[in-house]
Design a protein around this ligand. Structure first.
Ligand code: NDP
Length: 399
């Protein structure tokens, strides 16, 4: 008997709600709360069977969250609202004795800045309270960390080079759209690139380094080096890693739109005065762009996300290794009404909560996913819609 509270009724929240509802043996009661009650009600109606209880909360407010938690008394909260709400939700969890899981590290609203320090500062408080907080349990971060932990456990005695590769080879038919929350997405892509090399961070210009990489069942796609938050915890948890990088594919059309958006100031995150009203240009842009949740119906193609790792195997011989999942936009849409980017985030978030509720990932404190046993999580990926594949001793294309 376990009760889960999902916060955030966007693309990812919709998938989490569907997947929790599909696993009634673990999630006996499911509450879905977001700022807009009607969105939660619509998802609950679509899933049907009285499986989902809709509610409302402004997750920027700790008192409102505490009231919500006291009303429902959940065992764990799955935070799939925006990264801005991570700390308020963690504060409310501490106040009410609720365990915590999210898919994106905390970001202050006025600064696009990605690091775990704010959330890692809660380690002692969660440990003392006997509560588990699982950070970054989507696909990347999330499965990327679990894949790395699985490689370390089963294949490598020493991992030396890690490249996380994320390809979306889908086509949604729009001139420009982002696949998840546009504000969060554009903040992430327009920042400087950064990677780990020989014990320190190397900074690059935004999207400065790129090269074609070949993705299974897709072929070559231009891939751009970005900073991505899981690199921070992975290089700490696996100190033998000499170089860690993150690559994501973008089409030329997407990059041209992005350049124009930046050049005309629409990616700004500071307030500007418009006819006496303060607006943040990037938030205004979000209001006029296609809603990521509406992309699914005509989305074709697939995503391919994985880890390419080089190092020494258990017998200390040289090993190259690629572990990945491909996910079809159409299949994700048929099952949940959402495209593959929301699907590949929501399924792992559900599995992480399942790991906690079934006693496999219970560890008081604040932890990144690679700190837990990867095996039961990997088993669930195969049965919950995200099967994975391994290739040994191949050309990783990444020297
Ligand atoms: P959406 O914008 O589609 O949904 C966000 C939801 O959060 C909305 O329903 C919104 O409610 C709700 N919300 C926003 N602010 C508040 C608030 N103050 N109180 C309560 N609810 C609030 O985003 P996505 O579903 O695309 O993304 C969700 C999260 O998943 C993001 O944090 C994103 O960074 C993360 N993500 C992680 C990935 C990974 O692989 N790790 C990949 C993709 C996304 P309303 O609309 O009612 O205002």
């Amino acid at each position: 008997m376990a009760k889960v509270l999902i916060i955030g009724a966007g693309g990812v929240g919709t998938v989490v709600a569907h997947k929790c509802a599909q696993n009634p043996q673990v999630f006996t009661e499911i509450v879905l709360a977001s700022r807009t009650l009607s969105k939660c009600k619509a998802i609950a109606d679509k899933i049907g069977g009285g499986r989902i209880t809709p509610d409302t909360v402004d997750a920027d407010s700790v008192p409102q969250l505490v009231e919500l938690f006291r009303r429902h008394r959940p065992d764990i909260v799955i935070n799939v609202a925006l990264p801005y709400q991570d700390l308020t939700i963690m504060d409310a969890c501490l106040e009410c004795g609720v365990n915590y899981l999210d898919t994106a590290n905390y970001e202050p609203k006025d600064e696009a800045h990605f690091e775990y320090s704010w959330q890692w500062a809660y380690r002692e408080k969660f440990e003392k309270a006997g509560l588990t907080a699982i950070l970054g349990c989507g696909f990347d971060p999330g499965v990327s960390g679990v894949f790395t932990a699985y490689a370390a456990k089963h294949h490598f005695s020493q991992m030396q080079y890690l490249d996380i590769v994320d390809c979306n080879a889908g086509d949604h038919g729009k001139a420009f759209a982002t696949n998840f929350n546009p504000e969060i997405n554009i903040r992430e892509i327009t920042q400087n690139g950064r990677y780990w090399q020989d014990g320190k961070w190397v900074t690059t210009g935004p999207l400065e380094i790129h090269r074609p990489l070949t993705y299974p069942n897709i072929g070559p796609r231009e891939s751009y080096l970005l900073y991505h938050e899981e690199l921070e915890s992975l290089v700490q948890n696996y100190p033998t890693i000499k170089r860690a990088r993150f690559w994501m594919t973008f089409g030329q059309e997407y990059l041209t739109h992005l350049r124009v958006i930046q050049n005309i100031g629409m990616a700004r995150i500071d307030e500007v005065d418009y006819n006496g009203t303060k607006i943040v240009p990037l938030q205004f842009l979000k209001a006029v762009l296609p809603n990521p949740q509406d992309l699914g119906e005509n989305y074709t193609g697939e995503t391919s996300i994985g880890c390419r790792i080089e190092g020494l195997d258990k017998e200390h011989h040289h090993l190259t290794y690629y572990i990945y999942n491909n996910c079809s936009h159409q299949e994700a849409y048929r099952e949940t009404g959402m495209q593959a980017v929301s699907y590949t985030t929501g399924v792992p978030a559900m599995i992480g909560a399942m790991m906690f509720l079934t006693g496999k990932w219970v560890k008081p404190g604040v932890h990144n996913v690679e700190e837990f046993d990867p095996d039961p999580f990997m088993e669930q990926l195969n049965t919950q819609g995200l099967p994975w594949h391994e290739i040994f001793n191949l050309d990783l294309e990444l020297q």
